[in-house]
Design a protein around this ligand. Structure first.
Ligand code: IMP
Length: 191
């Protein structure tokens, strides 16, 4: 193993560390302005993919004087093969009530947004005062089926990407940038 072992597996970089850092700061500035009247914003990180973005985004908000709390949720949608059915199973629920809270759901990437739609409805039904979404990446399909995405980092093509929390078979989450894998990675048997 050597530094940057993953670079040989990546075909093309979609967002560099620097671009992610700049975009995260930009999104945090917008959120800080929009929520300046809110006493304590509640960030809901959608596990596992959004961990990196949530960690960096929360710190950018802190630098802009936004007090917040962090909650984590994990959900998986029952699907047939690769298609998502929209029926959702909660793997990890919130630890606290969201009644009366202003909630911002933090997502890594929105493709169809089926699970996210369910999550937004769920948080609203739990009595949140408001529920909005910030996502670092958005794919074209999100335009049709996703819930409204108030804050979007990058619009990217409909390609499978990894890094900065996003995985392929649980790998590549720790890669500091986001990129497209070489096709042979998908066809190689797992090591
Ligand atoms: P959606 O419900 O179709 O919007 O996608 C749900 C989840 O699939 C996302 O939150 C990601 O965890 C995962 N996902 C979608 N596209 C990608 C990708 O290109 N790379 C890695 N994970 C992805």
């Amino acid at each position: 193993m050597h530094a940057g072992w993953y670079e040989a597996d990546i075909e093309r970089v979609i967002a560099t560390e620097e671009q992610i850092r700049e975009k995260t700061a930009e999104l945090a500035a917008q959120v800080a302005a929009d929520y300046r009247e809110v006493e304590r914003l509640l960030l809901v990180c959608v596990l596992k993919g959004a961990i990196m973005f949530t960690a960096d985004f929360a710190r950018e908000l802190a630098k802009r004087g936004v007090p917040l709390e962090l909650e984590f949720m994990a959900a998986s949608s029952y699907g047939q093969g690769t298609t998502s059915s929209g029926v959702v199973r909660v793997l990890k629920d919130l630890d606290r009530e969201v009644v009366g809270r202003h909630v911002l759901v933090v997502e890594d990437i929105v493709d169809t947004g089926l699970t996210l739609s369910w999550l937004v409805k769920y948080l609203t039904s739990q009595g949140a005062a408001s529920v909005e979404v910030v996502t670092l990446f958005r794919k074209p399909a999100a335009v049709r089926s996703a819930p409204p995405l108030k804050y979007v980092g990058f619009d990217i093509p409909s390609e499978f990407v990894v890094g900065y929390g996003l995985d392929y078979a649980e790998r590549y989450r720790e890669v500091p940038f986001v990129g497209v894998l070489k096709p042979e990675i998908y066809t190689r048997p797992p090591s």
